[in-house]
Ligand binder design. Structure first.
Ligand SMILES: NC(=O)c1ccc[n+]([C@@H]2O[C@H](COP(=O)([O-])OP(=O)(O)OC[C@H]3O[C@@H](n4cnc5c(N)ncnc54)[C@H](OP(=O)(O)O)[C@@H]3O)[C@@H](O)[C@H]2O)c1
Length: 479
C-alpha cells in the first residue's frame, strides 16, 4: 500500500507546484491534485525525483491519500474558485481535518469561510504566502491564521519550508480566523509604498541630477550596503542596470510607464479607511499607480505648464544623492509605521492579539519587503509591544529627526523642479501633522458646526457645544 501523505496540495499552477516541491524536498510526503489532471502529471514527470509525491486524479482519491488529521493546502485563483474548491473537498473530510487557503484571499472572505467550516467541525487556515514563485520553492514568508489547534499540527510543516533568518523560520501563527490574510494584505500595501518611494528616488536622481539609469543603479548598489539593505533596493539596481537587447536603450526607458494596481494594495487602502487609520503612504502609492494607468488623461494634460527643470549644480548636486537616501529612509519609516498601525487596529477590531514583533520578524526573509530594516522593527516592538508608532521608538526617532532637514530639502527640490513625489511628500506631511501642537482640524470642526450643527469640543472645558451661527449674537450653548 502507498505511504499516506502528511499534507496535500490542490491547485498546481506555479505557486502550488513550487510549494508542493518545497514540502517534498523537506522530506514530507505530498499528495497532489489539480482540477485538470495535466498539471499533476507534469509535476510528477518533471520533479518526481525531488521527493515523495502521491498524485491523485479525483477529489476522493486525494482525500484518501492523506493521513489524519488531513491537511489540504488550496492554492488556486482567489475568490469564487477558492469557494468552489472548498465545497468540493469539505463534504469528503472529517471532524478535525484542516483546510489551508494559501492564496491571496480577502481576510473578510477568510473570516466567513472559517466560521462556516468551524460549524462543520473543520479547521480553516487562511494563510498569507509571500515571495512569489521563487519564494514558494526556496522558502517563502508564511503568515498563517486560523485556530491555535490547527497550527499545532500544520505549523511544523510550514516552518520547515519557510525562509530562515538567523535560524528563525519566517513563519508564525498570526492569530485566529482572518489574521494571516489581513497581515499579508498589509504586507502587500507596504510593498506598494516601498516600491513607490524607491521609484520616486530614481525619478529625483534622474530629474534633479541628470543621472543615467546605469549610474543610478550604482547609487542603489551603494545604498544597499547600508541601512536600506533590502531585496527591493537590490532588484531595483538590477532593473536599472539592464539594457534592452532590441534597442540598446536602458530597459527602464522602453517599458510603458503605466503600472497596475489590483487586489491587495487596493484592499489595504479600503480597509485603512474602514478602520480610520491614516495609511497615506500606501494610499498615495496605490493612487500613483492608478494615475500612471490613466494614459488618456495624461495625454490630454501633457502640455500643462511647469517650472524649468534645470539640474542641480555645485554643493546642492554633491549632496543630493545623500539627501535622497535620507528622505527615502525617513519616508520608509513612515510607511511602515502606518502599516504596523493598521495591523494593530485590525488586531484590536477583530480580537486577534497579533504580536507585531513576530510579524516584523517573519517579514525579514522570504517575502518581497524583506530587509535588514525589519530586524530593527522587530527589536522596537519586542522592547515595547504597545509602541504607539515606530516614529517614537528610540533609534527610528533619532534617524528620522536626523533626516528631516535633508527630507525637507528633497521635497522642496522636487516641488521646485516639478518632479512628482507623492510618497515623499505625504510621508513628510504625516510626520509634521503628528508632531504639530495644533492642527487646522479645529477650523474644520467650526465649519462643520456652522453648516451642519455637528457640534464641537473645547480645549478649556468638558462637554459638547454648538454655536448659534445664524443669530447675530452667535451664542454658544452646550449641545
Ligand atoms: N503568483 C504569485 O507570485 C503569487 C504570490 C503569492 C500568492 N499568490 C496566490 O496564490 C494563488 C495561486 O497563484 P498561481 O499564480 O499559482 O495560480 P493562479 O493563476 O492564480 O490559479 C491557477 C490555479 O487555479 C486553479 N483553478 C482556477 N479556477 C479553479 C476552479 N474554479 N476550480 C478549481 N481550480 C481552479 C487552476 O486549475 P487548472 O489548472 O485546472 O486551470 C490552477 O491550478 C492565487 O490565489 C494567488 O493570488 C500568487
Amino acid at each position: 500500500m502507498t505511504k499516506k501523505a502528511s499534507i496535500g496540495v490542490t491547485g498546481l499552477a506555479v505557486m502550488g507546484r513550487n510549494l508542493a516541491r518545497n514540502l517534498a524536498r523537506h522530506g514530507h510526503t505530498v499528495a497532489l491534485h489539480n482540477r485538470s489532471g495535466e498539471r499533476t502529471r507534469e509535476l510528477v514527470e518533471r520533479f518526481g525525483s525531488e521527493g515523495e509525491f502521491v498524485p491523485a486524479y479525483s477529489a476522493q482519491e486525494f482525500v484518501d491519500a492523506l493521513e489524519r488529521p488531513r491537511q489540504i493546502v488550496i492554492m488556486v485563483k482567489a475568490g469564487a474558485p477558492t469557494d468552489a474548491v472548498i465545497e468540493e473537498f469539505a463534504p469528503l473530510l472529517e471532524r478535525g481535518d484542516v483546510i489551508v487557503d494559501a492564496g491571496n484571499a480577502h481576510f473578510a472572505d477568510t473570516r466567513r469561510r472559517e466560521a462556516a467550516l468551524r460549524e462543520r467541525g473543520l479547521h480553516f487556515v487562511g494563510t498569507g504566502v509571500s515571495g512569489g514563485e521563487e519564494g514558494a520553492l526556496h522558502g517563502p514568508s508564511i503568515m498563517p491564521g486560523g485556530s491555535a489547534e490547527s497550527y499545532a499540527s500544520l505549523g511544523p510543516l510550514l516552518e520547515d519550508i519557510a525562509a530562515k533568518v538567523d535560524g528563525t523560520p519566517c513563519c508564525a501563527h498570526i492569530g485566529p480566523d482572518g489574521a494571516g490574510h489581513f497581515v499579508k494584505m498589509v504586507h502587500n500595501g507596504i510593498e506598494y509604498a516601498d516600491m513607490q518611494l524607491i521609484a520616486e528616488s530614481f525619478d529625483l536622481l534622474r530629474g534633479a541630477l541628470g543621472l543615467e539609469p546605469a549610474q543610478i543603479a550604482d547609487v542603489f548598489r551603494t545604498w544597499n550596503t547600508g541601512r536600506l539593505d533590502s531585496y527591493l533596493i537590490e532588484i531595483t539596481a538590477e532593473v536599472l542596470a539592464h539594457t534592452d537587447a532590441a534597442t540598446g536603450k536602458p530597459f527602464v526607458d522602453v517599458v510603458a510607464d503605466a503600472a497596475e494596481q489590483k487586489g491587495t494594495g487596493r484592499w489595504t487602502v479600503q480597509i485603512g479607511l474602514d478602520l480610520g487609520i491614516p495609511i497615506s503612504g500606501i494610499a498615495e502609492a496605490t493612487f500613483a499607480r492608478s494615475l500612471s494607468g490613466h494614459t488618456g488623461l495624461r495625454a490630454a494634460t501633457r502640455g500643462l505648464a511647469g517650472p524649468e527643470r534645470t539640474p542641480l549644480t555645485g554643493a546642492a548636486a554633491e549632496r543630493f544623492a545623500d539627501d535622497v537616501e535620507q528622505a527615502l529612509y525617513a519616508s520608509k519609516v513612515v510607511a511602515y509605521a502606518q502599516g504596523f498601525n493598521q495591523i494593530q487596529a485590525g488586531s484590536a477590531e477583530y480580537d486577534w492579539n497579533i504580536d507585531l514583533g513576530a510579524v516584523a520578524s517573519l517579514w525579514r526573509g522570504g517575502c518581497i519587503i524583506r530587509a535588514k530594516f525589519l530586524d530593527d522593527i522587530r527589536a522596537a516592538y519586542e522592547a515595547e509591544p504597545a509602541l504607539p508608532t515606530l516614529l517614537t521608538s528610540g533609534d527610528f526617532r533619532k534617524a528620522v529627526e536626523d533626516a528631516q532637514d535633508a527630507w525637507r530639502s528633497v521635497v522642496s527640490t522636487a516641488v521646485r523642479l516639478g518632479i512628482p513625489t507623492p510618497g515623499f511628500s505625504t510621508a513628510l506631511a504625516y510626520y509634521d501633522a503628528l508632531r504639530a501642537d495644533r492642527l487646522p482640524a479645529a477650523l474644520v470642526q467650526g465649519q462643520r458646526d456652522y453648516f451642519g450643527a455637528h457640534t464641537y469640543r473645547r480645549v478649556d472645558r468638558e462637554g459638547v457645544f454648538h454655536t448659534e451661527w445664524a443669530t447675530e449674537a452667535r451664542a454658544e450653548r452646550p449641545a
